[in-house]
Unconditional design. Structure first.
Length: 137
């Protein structure tokens, strides 16, 4: 007794499915785009506001618990900032997130790039000014 497969063109079916999947992926990829400036700016402002006041950090004997909380917040909120609504924001936003995360991860910052919270907050202010200029554009 031999088994004869049904007469179906499996290759044709597979090719049609592959074409449909490719078209679906292309449609999804092309529809991504950048978010509206107003919606994104709201998320940006919330992220910036989530950082503690420099005086509050300086007044703590052991800032590590606060720093750990801030790092977690930055990592959570930074995901909502990408993509940016304008390519001019990509660099300053990425730099702001990098500096903020590094500054609070080291707690207090002592790396070659950032020597203390004052310097870190100063860098963050520069990047924030760049972002604000594009937002108000």
């Amino acid at each position: 007794m031999s088994f004869d497969p049904p007469d179906r063109d499996y290759r044709g079916i597979v090719k049609r499915w592959l074409v449909l999947i490719a078209v679906g992926v292309l449609v999804v990829a092309c529809s991504g785009g950048r978010p509206a400036m107003s919606e994104w700016a709201e998320r940006w402002n919330e992220t910036v506001a989530s950082l503690p006041d420099p005086a509050d950090v300086a007044s703590l004997e052991d800032p590590r618990p606060l720093c750990d909380e801030v790092v977690a917040t930055i990592r959570t909120k930074s995901v909502e900032l990408v993509p940016t609504p304008d390519a001019a924001l990509d660099g300053p936003v990425d730099a702001w997130v990098r500096v903020a995360e590094e500054m609070f991860f080291e707690c207090p910052p002592r790396s070659g790039e950032i020597q203390g919270f004052d310097e870190g907050y100063g860098e963050l202010a520069q990047y924030q000014a760049e972002v604000t200029a594009v937002i108000n554009g």
